[in-house]
Design a protein around this ligand. Structure first.
Ligand SMILES: [Zn+2]
Length: 323
């Protein structure tokens, strides 16, 4: 190719081919390179816009799929956060109140983490913000779950002990006494039936025919079965744990032996009039930490509040005990 251009010569009135100067050549080359480049780039760009390669399409589908998944996970995390909150609330408002324990302090349930940006490595991408948010919410859920799990362990062990305690504390009347008419003498000063002097009566007497069944008033272990010719006569002592013992006196017959484990409501003996007693009855005592206490306060399992009132009134009258 020859680098020339046509020029009109006014002297000869003819069009002549003249060689290009070096500068003109460079400009011409640069211009061509520019156009080739511009047209080429535009074509590639257009082609890319109109016709995607299969790989591009697959990648786009993949991104859409991941975005969809991300949205789904965000939704799931939100649900878990809600469930976690419900659980914490139930723990504080129900279990802990029921068992009489302090609520878990907020700082234990939501231990904060401060300082460093834990998601620095995630920065600089289109979805950085969302992924970082999701990650920190999951981390916070994990911490809450650990705290909640610890709290539930504590509540569970307390509930187990509580259940044990509920079953062990004397809580029913020692004989069948639905209409409360078997209550003969209660706690307090009474005229002693034999000595005829005012004496403190440390238990409660239930008058009943000989042979009436006597129930253990709480779960426990029989620690004493004894026959005396005066005082309590044939009597049984049950140790319930948690500081409680109960004593059943004047039995005609005992149906347990020392070391026996008994359940609340189990028949442990029959009513009689052995020992210092004027007629067939059961003398019942409740001991708490070695001190005799008023059994009237330990029938909460089978007395309604009004029956309890009636029973208190009946047991507090200046009646004579049967001892
Ligand atoms: Zn008595």
């Amino acid at each position: 190719m020859k680098w020339t251009r046509r020029r009109f010569n006014p002297n000869t009135l003819r069009v002549e081919q003249v060689p290009l100067t070096r500068k003109e050549i460079l400009r011409s080359v640069a211009l061509r390179v520019f156009w080739v480049g511009a047209i080429g780039a535009t074509s590639v760009w257009l082609f890319d816009r109109v016709f995607q390669s299969p790989a591009d399409r697959a990648r786009d589908r993949e991104i859409a799929f991941l975005e969809d998944q991300l949205e789904g996970m965000r939704e799931e995390v939100r649900t878990m956060e809600q469930a976690m909150e419900d659980m914490a609330q139930r723990d504080d408002a129900v279990y802990r109140v029921l068992l009489g324990v302090q609520p878990v302090p907020e700082h234990l349930r939501n231990p904060g983490i401060g300082g460093v940006d834990r998601h620095a490595a995630l920065r600089g991408h289109v979805h950085s913000e969302e992924v970082a948010d999701l990650k920190s919410r999951i981390a916070s859920l994990q911490r809450s779950m650990a705290a909640q799990s610890k709290s539930l362990d504590e509540v569970t062990s307390m509930a187990l002990e509580y259940e044990d305690r509920l079953e062990s504390i004397p809580a029913i009347q020692p004989i069948r006494n639905d209409d409360l008419n078997r209550m003969a003498g209660g706690w307090g000063y009474r005229i002693h039936p034999i000595y005829k002097v005012r004496k403190f009566h440390y238990g409660m007497d239930f008058s009943a025919p000989e042979g009436t069944e006597i129930f253990a008033t709480g779960d426990g272990v029989v620690v004493k079965v004894k026959r005396l010719y005066n005082g309590y006569g044939r009597h049984v002592v049950i140790r319930h744990g948690f500081g409680y013992e109960t004593l059943y006196a004047h039995m005609s017959k005992s149906l347990v032996r020392p070391g026996d484990r008994v359940k609340r409501g189990q028949v442990i003996g029959l009513v009689g009039s052995t020992g210092t007693s004027t007629s067939s009855h059961l003398h019942y005592e409740v001991h708490k930490d070695g001190v005799k206490v008023n059994p009237a306060h330990y029938y909460f399992n089978d007395l309604s509040p009004s029956e309890y009132e009636a029973m208190l009134e009946a047991s507090e009258g200046e009646t004579q005990s049967l001892d």
